[in-house]
Design a protein around this ligand. Structure first.
Ligand SMILES: Cc1cc2nc3c(=O)[nH]c(=O)nc-3n(C[C@H](O)[C@H](O)[C@H](O)COP(=O)(O)OP(=O)(O)OC[C@H]3O[C@@H](n4cnc5c(N)ncnc54)[C@H](O)[C@@H]3O)c2cc1C
Length: 608
């Protein structure tokens, strides 16, 4: 790749994720279908799998005895405190006088099926290492299994449970369709093996499926959902927010017993073949996203107590310079007015910790109540910084609720099926449109066959400064502020007219907070295909957005150093001669020219 001399950036910032050789091998033997047919999706929407799972749990067997209780930790509940399934498993183990065993399963095919990126996997492994150590102190083994064939995972789990003469299995629910189906199968197999299986809600503040319209339907619009969500929460704060106790220690016998002692010995791998980080990126991730529950609480505390700082823009340690003195103008207090300013750390930057469950969303809400003189009600109103922040946590619940109520969105379908036929310049192959075998492998994302415009978008070389700054921030930090995600996503789907699923995949592969529900929600919002979306005719003008979200241009100058000397309009929209002089690309498309193409194609889906 040709670099101008002034383009002094880390290798990583210019070399977005592409398939690793061993990932390619994995792909060639496993090619999940990424986009379901409309018919298949409608069928699943009519009978969402969550409710089948809950039914299966209700009808689980109640075995009289067993020699152990197992807690199955998943990628979204990487913590020991306030973890419902872990807490329940521990209570049962204590009551029965048997050891509690923790299990984590590494399933590379699932990583591939969900476009999991190396950063998110590395973050998982780093957190697991700490969890293993903490659990060991309680004499609870964290046993790690790698299971290669995704299809046989349920029977693999059951044979592990049988080997331990397990009485019951406990896990927090994962809400993606594939995972729900897998757990339904686990329930069936557990029942026929005389083992009880319990899956509980943990990820949300208000569990999905509970907040409904007067007609007993799922909300597809955020504002009324949020109002009802808040009222439901405040009706029974203790029920929704009470902290689950930490697990009890196992007896000393466990460490010596023939049956269980070997379970302590499985190490947490340093990396997973096919999902390795290069050394430079690993170092950056370790600095920018340190691990562990204590760190997550410290990051939360700083958000609640201290001022936003410009020194925190970019890929730096979030806890650098230690704790500062409490300040009345703390980030959460100013969140209502400041949150769209990306030149300082005005938002919490807790999303990686929430996505991986290193901190519970309940703990975040409890902290806001404490901040308001131990209020017994949750402030989720639009008039305060705290209320506004709690509303963001409600967005997270909202999108999980959408995933559960309209599973089609996790099957690669648009929520608004009428936009399924919008003509894209580049679309994610689905294997259903007569695409040749191996369509997934020839998917243009990430395998070196990108079309030029997509490549420029990924690398942050579109010639539109605000978009490039956003994408380079993603490539450098594995994270970018919400507004910049919206701008980059809108540019890809409307200006470049590329399938939102292409961008969704790239974000999943590169974000450290990659989460199907929020990522899909954000992409479908930007592409106008989702629930409560940006209407298709309200296309962001990236240049006016740029002036709004980065008025002083600090964010652009940080991530697009070629433009560091520019100010004002020149920075937001450099002329061709200025761009040429600075070695910055000219715009890949002209916004005013391509806008009409998007309007036309959305107005008449199917027409070019
Ligand atoms: C195209 C696109 C893709 C996105 N992909 C992801 C993703 O993969 N994972 C992810 O966690 N978020 C995603 N988001 C949502 C949002 O951008 C991030 O959660 C937010 O930027 C995280 O920064 P923060 O922790 O400082 O947020 P804060 O402003 O401090 O908000 C607190 C928490 O609320 C939740 N939250 C905030 N905004 C949203 C939102 N719009 N939707 C859902 N939850 C929200 C997050 O858990 C966040 O940590 C995406 C948004 C867009 C537009």
């Amino acid at each position: 790749m040709a670099l101008s001399r002034s383009f002094k950036m880390s290798k990583r910032s210019l070399s977005p994720s592409s398939a690793h050789p061993s990932q390619k091998r994995l792909k060639s033997s496993f090619m999940p279908n990424k986009v379901a047919t409309a018919e298949a999706a409608t069928k699943v929407d009519q009978d969402p799998p969550l409710f089948k799972l809950l039914y299966a749990v209700q009808n689980a067997v109640k075995p009289k005895q067993g020699k152990s209780v197992v807690y199955w930790m998943r990628m979204a509940d990487l913590r020991i405190s306030d973890n419902r399934a872990l807490s329940q498993a521990s209570t049962e183990a204590k009551k029965e006088g048997v050891p509690l065993i923790a299990l984590f399963i590494i399933s590379p095919q699932d990583f591939l099926a969900h476009d999991r990126g190396a950063r998110r996997i590395d973050f998982t492994l780093r957190n697991l290492t700490m969890i293993k150590e903490s659990l060991s102190k309680l004499r609870i083994p964290l046993h790690i299994i790698t299971h290669d064939v995704r299809k046989t995972l349920p029977s693999g789990v059951i044979s592990f449970l049988k080997d331990l003469s397990c009485k019951s299995l406990h896990a927090n629910i994962e809400y993606e369709v594939d995972e729900l189906r897998r757990d339904i199968k686990v329930c069936e197999l557990a029942k026929s093996s005389g083992i009880s299986a319990t899956f509980v809600h943990d990820k949300c503040i208000v569990e999905p499926g509970l907040v409904k319209t007067k007609e007993n339907k799922a909300y597809a619009v955020y504002s009324p959902y949020q109002r009802n969500w808040l009222a439901t929460l405040n009706d029974d704060v203790a029920h929704f927010l009470d902290e689950s106790p930490k697990p009890n220690p196992n007896s000393e016998d466990v460490c010596k017993s023939k049956e269980f002692s070997h379970l302590f010995e499985t190490p947490v791998p340093k990396s997973i073949p096919g999902f390795e980080l290069d050394d430079e990126d690993r170092k950056t991730m370790e600095t920018v996203w340190p691990t562990g529950e204590d760190v997550a609480f410290e990051i939360l505390d700083q958000f609640l107590q201290t001022k936003a700082r410009t020194s925190q823009m970019g890929a730096v340690d979030p806890l650098a310079n230690g704790a500062q003195n409490s300040d009345k103008a703390s980030r959460i207090t100013k969140y209502k007015v400041d949150r769209d300013d990306a030149s300082r750390n005005t938002t919490s930057r807790l999303s990686p910790y929430l996505a991986a469950g290193v901190i519970s969303s309940r703990a975040c809400v409890r902290a806001t109540m404490k901040l308001q003189n131990n209020s017994d009600k949750v402030d989720g109103g639009k008039d305060t910084g705290i209320g506004r922040w709690v509303q963001e946590l409600a967005w997270r619940d909202f999108y999980i609720n959408i995933l559960v109520s309209f599973p089609r969105v996790s099957m690669g379908r648009p929520y608004l099926e009428k936009y399924a036929n919008v003509v894209w310049e580049l679309h994610r192959e689905d294997g259903n449109k007569g695409a040749k075998e191996g369509a997934y492998d020839s998917d243009p994302v990430g395998d070196g066959k990108d079309n030029e415009a997509l490549k420029k978008w990924k690398e942050g070389r579109t010639g539109v400064p605000v978009v490039d700054a956003a994408m380079r921030c993603v490539n450098q930090m594995g994270w970018v502020h919400n507004r910049f995600r919206m701008i980059a996503a809108m540019f890809l789907t409307k200006d470049l007219m590329m399938d939102w699923r292409v961008g969704e995949k790239y974000f999943m592969q590169n974000l450290i907070d990659g989460d199907l529900a929020s990522n899909n929600g954000g992409w479908q919002w930007s592409a106008s295909t989702g629930v409560d979306p940006a209407p298709y005719f309200r296309i962001f003008n990236p240049y006016s957005q740029s002036k709004k979200v980065d008025p002083a241009g600090d964010f652009i100058r940080q991530f697009v150093p070629e433009l560091a000397k520019l100010r004002g309009d020149d920075l937001h929209d450099p002329s061709e001669s200025t761009a040429d002089k600075l070695g910055y690309p000219r715009p890949v498309v002209r916004h005013h020219e391509v806008r009409d193409r998007a309007l036309r194609r959305f107005k008449n889906p199917g027409e070019k």
